[in-house]
Design a protein around this ligand. Structure first.
Ligand code: UD1
Ligand code: CA
Length: 458
């Protein structure tokens, strides 16, 4: 197999997005547009990936990481000029160059591989699709005998060309030397005054080289993002693809049209996902779980047999096997619900471990706390972890019982098997197997409120 490099064009201004963020960093299915393209390039077996970026590209570098080469294009003078910049990154051993637009996130590695396999002796292969509405795309113009003539950008089309529905997808394969020779010949003689990569087709033909079209049938896979509306379009394509992948892996999804699943999400077999659920990137869910309606789970790991009830939010958290969360619970970063534990309605947890089999069933805040196994945290328990300046820890031992409406003023420790009386404000440690009660004593004033409502008048 010849050495293949992929050059991704990501230096354009993306002005049609009307955004302060570079276009290729807009998210689709939880990942920047350009990261999807980088993943496809890697999946296709590229020996190297070069990213053509604008001068201000720290954010792109941060998002994509350091195992691609960066080449700066300054100023952006068109896709042909960008491809030239990309070639600078390539070593002499590179025989074939795939060039792709960085704004087409739905492209699959399989398609790039199929294109490579189809090349034969061609010097350039251009991927095309038939679109009902070709607006915005470069049109493929053929000679009378059907052979390829050129690609004409929309702004350069005459009326006849405008009506052509076969369009350039922005995915190309070249023999490296043929591309370098063709790019040297480009001129900015067009409506936008730019160097068009698409003109390479005509140049290669003129130089006696061979060009081929790779006709693709999945329009959605090669849709580019120029506008926010198109961003929503590619996101829908990726969402459907991710849902299909989960279902094929044995996940039941009820009313899939309402479920959002990012690309970097794994779910085990026999898990059931109800309508309105959002699973964000970095989420791992085991088998046999049930995720009830309107839960949002982000960057979290759930073991097998976990139940997440309606309307719960789980972010940067860990939930071990057979635990139950919600309804309307909020697990914030650093929450760890251990095996078989239960977090009930209106319970918030942050940087807190709730030990195996422990329960916090109602209306509770646990922050910076370590709760042992089989403890019972009564309704309305609050860890007072913040003194206005610093955060402090609360420790609750195995088998402890915290009565309802308790305030635990951290730093504080409730010992193993200890009890706290309901309504207490606990400021001192409670030893193992002891009872702590800290609340106002009840006063009875016998006959204070006579039945007729007339109290003593003087
Ligand atoms: C381009 C193609 C068009 C094709 C369409 C497919 C050209 C001239 N036109 O049009 O035939 O139908 O893609 O989606 O190539 N870029 C740079 N530097 C530049 C200009 C652009 O790196 O100077 C990058 C952009 O960041 C983007 C990609 O190249 O990722 C494509 O540029 P864009 O302006 O979106 O081209 P289109 O008008 O969509
Ligand atoms: Ca585009």
């Amino acid at each position: 197999m010849p050495t293949v490099a992929v050059v991704i064009l990501a230096a354009g201004e993306g002005s049609r997005m009307k955004s302060a963020l570079p276009k290729v960093l807009h998210l689709a299915a939880g990942e920047p547009l350009v990261s999807h393209v980088v993943n496809a390039a890697r999946g296709a077996g590229a020996a190297m990936v070069a990213l053509v970026v604008p001068p201000e590209h720290a954010a792109i570098r941060e998002a994509v990481g350091d195992d691609v080469e960066y080449e700066v294009q300054d100023p952006p003078r068109g896709t042909g000029d960008a491809a030239r910049c990309g070639l600078r990154a390539l070593g002499d051993d590179v025989e074939l160059v795939v060039v792709v637009n960085g704004d087409g996130p739905c492209l699959r590695a399989e398609t790039l591989r199929a294109m490579l396999d189809s090349r034969g002796e061609a010097d350039g292969v251009f991927l095309t699709v038939q679109r009902d509405d070709p607006t915005g795309y470069g049109r493929i113009v053929r000679d009378h005998d059907g052979s390829l003539q050129k690609i004409v950008e929309e702004s350069d089309c005459d009326d006849q060309q405008q009506a052509l529905c076969e369009v350039n997808a922005g995915v190309y394969l070249f023999r490296a030397t043929a591309l370098a020779e063709a790019l040297a010949e480009l001129s900015p003689d067009n409506a936008q005054g730019e160097l068009y990569l698409t003109d390479a087709l005509e140049v290669i033909r003129r130089q006696g080289g061979r060009v081929a079209l790779y006709q693709h049938h999945d329009i959605d896979e090669v849709s580019g993002v120029n506008t926010r509306a198109e961003l929503a379009g590619v996101e829908e394509t990726l969402r459907r693809r991710n849902i299909a992948t989960l279902m094929a892996a044995g996940v039941t999804i009820r009313n899939p049209d309402t479920v959002l699943v990012d690309t970097d999400v794994l779910v085990g077999p026999d898990t059931t996902i109800f309508p309105g659920v959002t699973l964000e990137a970095g989420t791992r869910i085991g088998g046999g779980c049930t995720i009830y309606p309107n839960a949002r789970i982000a960057r979290s790991t759930l073991g097998s047999g976990v139940v997440v009830l309606d309307g719960s939010v789980v972010e940067d958290a860990i939930v071990d096997e057979d635990a139950s969360v919600g309804p309307y619970a909020r697990l914030r970063p650093g929450a760890h619900v251990c095996a078989g534990a239960k977090v009930g309605n209106f319970v918030e947890m942050k940087k807190t471990t709730l030990g195996p089999g422990s329960k916090a069933s109602h209306l509770t805040y646990l922050g910076d706390a370590e709760v042992g196994a089989n403890a019972n945290i009564g309704a309305g328990t609050i860890t007072c972890n913040y003194d206005g300046k610093n955060k402090h820890r609360t420790e609750i031992g195995d088998g402890a019982f915290i009565g309802s409406n308790t305030a635990l003023v951290a730093p504080v420790r409730v010992g193993r098997g200890a009890y706290v009386g309901a309504g207490s404000t606990i400021t001192k440690d409670i030893p193992d197997e002891s009872l702590g009660v800290a609340r106002g004593r009840q006063i009875i004033k016998q006959g204070w409120a006579p039945r007729d409502g007339e109290k003593d008048k003087d």
